[in-house]
Design a protein around this ligand. Structure first.
Ligand SMILES: [Cu+2]
Length: 274
């Protein structure tokens, strides 16, 4: 009997904790409200199933407790019950997966007006590259990565010369303008994660992974690495500052281009030219 009571208390406690807990997602700062909706649907389905299974277990513990003179019945097959449980489980799993697939399609279907931003992960810093006046990023290749060309940008690509490089700095983005985030890593697996943007994606050496989003409010947001990537993983922090358009333009003017960094001696194109 006591076990049944404990099970009921576990269900009631879990539901109350969920409803009264002060911990919830950090307020959203992007267009991805759909992702929150998807999580809420998953919470509802898993919550209802959790409560139903535990309460049913409590009922069985009480209903079929040992009593003198009662003998258990052996009933190994019950076709109706098995079909019912299979159908209900399939509907539940489908209801959890379908919204995620719909949102995922939107997450990686980039609108035409999105501007490109390259995010570059390296143990244990975040660097960025923005297209310059030509509106186009130059090519880059992990083969070209060297101490004096840390992002592996192709020095012979004319589109690369005006690219704006932000080495281990803070990325600024204008509010309400869609951006395509192109993610690269040169060493190990990293994962770009900004909780307020509800955006998170693995960064794989040799690949460019991408998603898009629109920042919907100004502020400073922390970038975390969500992939255990070595001893400095916990310190791999960066920041994105979402600002008004005018402030963004001012910031952009202060940044150096690939060509400027090259002549400055910080990136020597000649040594990287292969
Ligand atoms: Cu990392």
């Amino acid at each position: 009997m006591i076990v049944a009571v404990v099970l009921v208390v576990v269900v009631a406690g879990s539901v109350l904790f969920h409803m009264l807990s002060p911990w919830w997602w950090t307020p959203i700062a992007s267009n991805w409200g759909y992702i929150d909706t998807t999580l809420v649907i998953t919470f509802w389905i898993t919550g209802v199933v959790f409560a139903a299974v535990i309460l049913f277990m409590a009922y069985c513990v009480w209903r079929f407790r040992h009593r003198p003179g009662h003998k258990a019945e052996f009933d190994p097959e019950n076709r109706r019950l098995e079909v019912g449980l299979t159908v209900v489980t399939a509907i539940g799993v489908g209801a959890m997966l379908a919204p995620g697939l719909i949102v995922w399609k939107q997450f990686v279907t980039v609108p035409d007006e999105a501007t490109e931003v390259e995010v570059f992960a390296q143990q244990w810093t975040w660097s960025f590259r923005l297209p310059g006046e030509d509106g186009r990023l130059g090519t880059a290749d992990a083969q070209l990565v060297a101490a004096d060309n840390p992002l592996g940008i192709n020095p012979h690509d004319r589109f690369a010369q005006d690219d704006i490089i932000i080495p281990a700095g803070s990325l600024h983005l204008p509010v309400d303008r869609p951006v395509k985030m192109m993610l690269r890593s040169i060493d190990v697996l990293h994962d770009f994660y900004v909780p307020e943007f509800r955006a998170k994606m693995d960064m794989v050496p040799g690949m460019v992974t991408y998603f898009w989003f629109t920042p919907t409010r100004t502020g400073e947001f922390e970038i975390l690495c969500a992939e255990l990537c070595g001893i400095g993983h916990a310190y791999m922090r960066g920041s994105v500052q979402v600002v008004e358009e005018a402030e963004y333009e001012d910031w952009l003017k202060e940044q150096l281009t690939f060509a400027e960094l090259s002549t400055d001696g910080r990136v020597r194109t000649a040594s990287a030219g292969r």
